[in-house]
Write a protein that binds this ligand. Structure first.
Ligand code: SAM
Ligand code: SF4
Length: 322
C-alpha cells in the first residue's frame, strides 16, 4: 500500500486530463485560460498507465478532473481505461457541466460511477457573472439526466462572502427534493487570486454550526472519500458537505495524490513543484513507474502552509484540478 512517512495511505488519485478550461470563474481563471505548463498532455493510453501504476500501489478511486475534462473528446476512453483497471473500484469526473446533457450518457456507458458538477449559484444571472457563461439551465438539465441514469452526483459550490446567506437558502430549498450531495468548499488562496481571496473568503464554520442547529447530522466517512464532512437531514433528499482546508488538522486525514495533465506528481495541491513522471510513463513499465511514485510519496509534507499564505507552485486550481 502507498503510504507516506506519517502513516497516511493513498486510496484516491486525482488525475487532471487537461489544464484548459472554457469558463472564467472569478476565483480561478478570471481572465480565462492561459498555459502554465507547455509540456504535452498525457494521451489516453498514458493516462491508463498512470492509473495502473497507482492501482498496483493500492489506489481504489480515480477522479478525472482539469481544467475542464469534458473538453477532451477522448474522455470516455479515459474513463473506460480507469474503470477496467484491476483494483479501481470507483471512477469519478469533476466538470463545470457545460456539455453535460450531451455527454453524460457516453460517460456512463464508459463506466462512470460518480459525478461532481460545479454550481456556485442557482440564480442564472449570478451563475453567469461568476463563470462567464450564461448556461445554468443546461448544467441543471445535465444534473437531472445524471440522476435519471442513477449516477451518484455531487455539486461543488465555492463559499463566497457576498450573497452567501441567499445562496444557502436557494440551495437548501433545492436539496429538499434533489438527491444530490452539495459540498461547500472554502475559497482557497492561490498564486493568482490574492486580492479576490482577501475580499471573498468565508469560513465554513458558521454554516456548519447553523446546519447542526437545524437538525443536520454528520454522516460516516468512507476510506476513499474526499475531504468533505457530510451531513444528512430527515426532511431533505439531498445532503450537504463542508470542505474546510483552513481548519486545524485538515491534512491529517489526507488520502489523495494528484497527477497533472502533463504527468507531474503533486504530493499536495499546494506543493512547491510537480515531480516529473513523464519518462517512466512514456516507457510504459508499470512496475518501474509505481516504484518511482512510492519513493516520491515519502517526501510528502505533513501539511500545507495555506494558513501562512504559502501556496507553492499553484497559480490556480485549473492547473491541477482542485
Ligand atoms: N472545471 C471543473 C470544475 O470546475 O468543476 C474541474 C476543475 S475545478 C479546478 C475543480 C473544483 O475546484 C471546482 O469545484 C471549483 O469550484 C474548485 N475551485 C477552483 N478554484 C478554487 C479556489 N481557489 N478555492 C476553492 N475551490 C476552487
Ligand atoms: Fe474552469 Fe473549473 Fe476553474 Fe471554473 S473552477 S475556471 S470551470 S477549471
Amino acid at each position: 500500500m502507498l503510504e507516506d512517512r506519517f502513516g497516511r495511505r493513498f486510496y484516491y488519485l486525482r488525475l487532471s486530463v487537461t489544464d484548459i478550461c472554457n469558463f472564467r470563474c472569478s476565483y480561478c481563471l478570471p481572465e480565462g485560460y492561459s498555459a502554465t505548463d507547455e509540456a504535452p498532455h498525457l494521451t489516453s493510453e498514458e493516462a491508463a498507465r498512470v492509473i495502473r501504476a497507482f492501482a498496483a500501489l493500492g489506489t481504489e478511486k480515480v477522479r478525472l478532473t482539469g481544467g475542464e475534462p469534458s473538453l477532451r473528446a477522448d474522455l470516455p476512453e479515459i474513463i473506460a481505461g480507469a474503470k477496467s483497471t484491476p483494483g479501481i473500484r470507483r471512477v469519478a469526473v469533476t466538470s463545470n457541466g457545460y456539455k453535460l446533457p450531451k455527454v453524460i450518457d457516453s460517460w456512463q456507458d464508459a463506466g462512470l460511477d460518480q459525478l461532481n458538477i460545479s454550481i456556485d449559484s442557482l440564480q442564472r444571472d449570478e451563475f453567469a457573472r461568476i463563470t462567464g457563461h450564461d448556461c445554468l439551465p443546461r448544467v441543471l438539465a445535465g444534473v437531472d439526466r445524471a440522476l435519471v441514469l442513477g449516477i451518484a452526483t455531487k455539486i461543488n459550490a465555492v463559499l463566497l462572502c457576498d450573497g452567501a446567506e441567499r445562496r444557502l437558502r436557494d440551495f437548501l430549498c433545492w436539496l429538499r427534493d434533489k438527491p444530490v450531495t452539495l459540498r461547500f468548499i472554502e475559497l482557497m488562496r492561490t498564486g493568482d487570486n490574492r486580492a479576490f481571496f482577501a475580499s471573498n473568503h468565508l469560513s465554513g464554520a458558521a454554516i456548519e454550526g447553523r446546519l447542526i442547529a437545524d437538525g443536520w447530522h454528520l454522516l460516516p466517512r468512507a476510506r476513499d472519500a474526499g475531504p468533505a464532512r457530510e451531513y444528512g437531514h430527515p426532511d431533505y433528499r439531498g445532503r450537504i458537505g463542508l470542505i474546510t482546508p483552513y481548519s486545524k488538522d485538515f491534512c491529517q486525514s489526507c488520502n489523495r495524490l494528484r497527477v497533472s495533465a502533463q504527468g507531474r506528481l503533486h504530493l499536495c495541491l499546494f506543493a512547491e513543484q510537480g515531480l516529473d513522471l513523464r519518462e517512466e510513463i512514456r516507457r510504459g513499465d508499470i512496475a518501474q513507474l509505481a516504484e518511482k511514485i512510492r519513493a516520491l510519496v515519502l517526501g510528502k509534507a505533513s501539511s500545507h502552509y495555506l494558513q501562512q499564505e504559502r501556496v507553492g507552485a499553484t497559480r490556480n486550481l485549473a492547473m491541477l484540478g482542485g
